[in-house]
Design a binder for this molecule. Structure first.
Ligand code: RAM
Length: 347
């Protein structure tokens, strides 16, 4: 079943029964092996493969941990595969392999809205349910998208934070992830509109791409500060980017002078909040996102939902969720982290 094409920014809010659940991570399990068994779902061993943008990113380590916990709860088999670099078509080979193995569901964060679509469609034709999470494909390449928060909400919290931190005036720049990343591009689009509409004295002077690679993001931060001597702030809507930028700023002459905010994980950002490099940033709970995506995959495999608006399912401890417009399920809202609360979180 395919759904109509629509822009990510038009995602409608849907019902959810979920506390923010920004709780500490539980104990860590060992990696799930791929037992590779296929089956018809319906109570059997449901095989679920997670395919993040790239491996080695703590954000996705945490979302996969949530996915694995969910799969273990419902007695399925979890696997995680993925490329080292977050490039547009690096995920294709992993999709092909999963389809050949006949996995019941593939849970993907897309590096590009279109580049992996042919492979996903082939997997779908072979009987694999396709769930995107975190970063969507075009809607007609998947059965369901599990969205962490609305694009409007994610854009607004970042614009609000930078405005607060620079006195609502001056030059800012964006340090993003990969240039084709669906999620970052949707947020950047909306941030630009929000800046134009509500912050006439803030000028966005540059957008650069660190490819969700630590060193590239670090180097791009240095280059931004070189080329824009009047820069007042940086927004980095990626956990890899904001951590690398914070590391650069923390030992530079710009520490405490150039503001940095965006989306980060508390564990990666803690030291920079404590040393005064960063005042406040935001995120959702990636563990909950992975957990919800795994339960949604199971509901699709079992035929409890088809991706139709109004379909509902239960996602274990997170409760009941309803599918909204464009076959999208919404986790919740972004949450702000600062020196007063950062020690309450462990992810
Ligand atoms: C990085 C990835 C991911 C994004 C987070 C905020 O880990 O780009 O897709 O959602 O940052």
């Amino acid at each position: 079943m395919k759904v109509r094409n629509r822009r990510l920014s038009a995602l409608a809010a849907v019902t959810l029964v979920a506390s923010l659940a920004l709780t500490a991570c539980g104990g860590s399990d060992s990696d799930g092996g791929s037992d590779g068994a296929s089956g018809g779902g319906g109570g059997g061993n449901t095989t679920v493969t997670f395919l993040p943008k790239n491996l080695g990113n703590p954000y996705f380590d945490t979302s996969s941990k949530g996915g694995k916990a969910a799969v273990e709860e419902f007695g399925g088999t979890f696997d995680e595969v993925g490329p080292d670099t977050a490039s547009p078509d690096a995920q294709v080979q992993f999709i092909n392999t999963a389809a050949q193995q006949g996995v019941n569901a593939l849970v993907v964060s897309a590096n590009d809205p279109e580049a992996i679509c042919d492979a996903l469609n082939e997997a779908s034709d072979a009987g694999t349910k396709i769930v995107t999470f975190d970063s969507d494909t075009n809607p007609d390449c998947r059965d369901l998208f599990i969205n962490q928060a609305t694009a409007d909400g994610i854009a607004k919290v970042q614009v609000d934070m930078i405005a607060e931190q620079i006195g609502d005036a001056g030059e800012v720049a964006i340090l993003s992830a990969a240039a084709n990343a669906t999620n970052q591009n949707a947020w950047i689009d909306t941030m630009k509109k929000e800046l134009e509409a509500s912050h006439p004295n803030i000028k966005l002077v540059d957008t650069v791409y660190g490819d969700d690679d630590d060193q590239t993001s670090f180097d791009k931060t240095a280059a931004l500060l070189q080329s824009h001597p009047n820069l007042k702030g940086i927004i980095s809507p990626t956990t890899v980017g904001i951590a690398a930028a914070a590391r650069y700023l923390s030992t530079s002459e710009y520490k405490g002078k150039v503001a940095l905010t965006g989306l980060g994980t508390p564990n990666q950002m803690r030291e920079y909040v404590k040393d005064g490099t960063v005042t406040e940033f935001a995120l959702w709970n990636p563990e909950d996102l992975g957990y919800l995506a795994a339960y949604a995959a199971k509901a699709l495999v079992d035929g409890d939902i088809s991706g139709k608006e109004g379909d509902s399912f239960t996602a274990g401890k997170l409760g009941d969720f309803t599918v909204g417009a464009d076959a999208t399920v919404l986790l919740g809202e972004p949450y702000r982290f600062n020196k007063d609360n950062i020690d309450d979180f462990d992810f």
